[in-house]
Ligand binder design. Structure first.
Ligand SMILES: [Zn+2]
Ligand SMILES: [Zn+2]
Ligand SMILES: [Zn+2]
Length: 268
């Protein structure tokens, strides 16, 4: 295997220029890199190898953090989707309840009208029938009067005439009409239906609509199972379970636990 050499001076690299961050040959030191800070190349490589392994450890801890974040975000998404599914079921069941109430109210109102109708039919028909029988009696009376007027006996005639007078005077015709009613329509619109069925509020609502405190409580209670957290030691950001106090505690940041222990570093 051939080693890379300085193309300008045809010499092996033996030094490392700190300022230019590149290997140099023994001639370069006094020409291109004159006056720059120089280190021994093999020492520099050893130092850089050590740096890499430490960076690699930090990187691994970041990966571990990312893996936990993915787990927690996936859990959140799962919980979220379950909540959407359950909420739709709940809205549908509220809708069903409302439809039943509306159907029942419609049939109750129809029933109320029909009962009143039957009552009025009975009341008015009774009067109509009474009038009809009076008409019958009138025809009969006319016949009786015509017959009485042909009587020869004055006394009998007088009695009959008096009776006819009484009969006609006692008749008082009665006229009634069915009880009036009025149906005043309601003015139900979608706002009324919403007030019965409820509304959905989104935490990131941009419409400027006021979010009720109850909904805000709901956001905090349900949606915030996980929160973004930065490890005070490695500064890795990830989502942690809100309830997990140990994650938040500076004494046992899980991402750094093994790392600190392996180095014998005491926790604060
Ligand atoms: Zn050179
Ligand atoms: Zn240099
Ligand atoms: Zn950490």
């Amino acid at each position: 295997m051939e080693f890379p050499i300085c193309a300008q001076h045809n010499e092996e690299f033996g030094y490392f220029c700190e300022k230019c961050d590149e290997p140099t040959c023994k001639v370069c030191i006094f020409t291109l890199h004159k006056g720059h800070n120089m280190s021994d190349l093999s020492e520099t490589v050893a130092k850089k190898k050590k740096e890499l392994s430490s960076t690699w450890e930090v990187y691994l801890r970041k990966l571990e953090g990312a893996r936990k974040s993915v787990d927690n975000m996936e859990n959140s998404l799962h919980t979220y989707r379950k909540k959407v599914y359950n909420t739709i079921k709940e809205i549908e069941s509220e809708g069903e309840k409302l439809r039943n109430i509306i159907d029942k109210t419609v049939s109750d109102m129809a029933k109320e009208l029909r009962e009143k109708e039957a009552e009025e039919m009975k009341r008015v028909t009774q009067v109509i029938n009474g009038l009809k029988s009076q008409l019958e009696r009138g025809i009969q009376l006319e016949r009786h009067i015509n017959k009485a007027l042909k009587l020869k006996d004055d006394t009998s005639m007088l009695i009959s005439l008096k009776k006819f007078q009484e009969d006609m005077a006692s008749y008082i015709p009665e006229v009634i009409l069915p009880c009036e009613f009025s149906y005043l329509k309601g003015n139900a619109g979608s706002a009324h239906v919403h007030s019965m069925l409820g509304r959905i509020f989104f935490e990131n609502d941009k419409s400027g609509r006021e979010t009720p405190l109850e909904a805000k409580d709901d956001f905090n209670r349900n949606a915030r199972k996980y929160e973004l957290w930065a490890c005070p030691l490695c500064n890795t950001e990830r989502y942690i379970d809100r309830m997990d106090e140990s994650e938040r505690s500076f004494k046992t940041p899980r991402c750094c636990y093994g790392f600190m222990q392996s180095r014998g570093i005491a926790y604060k």
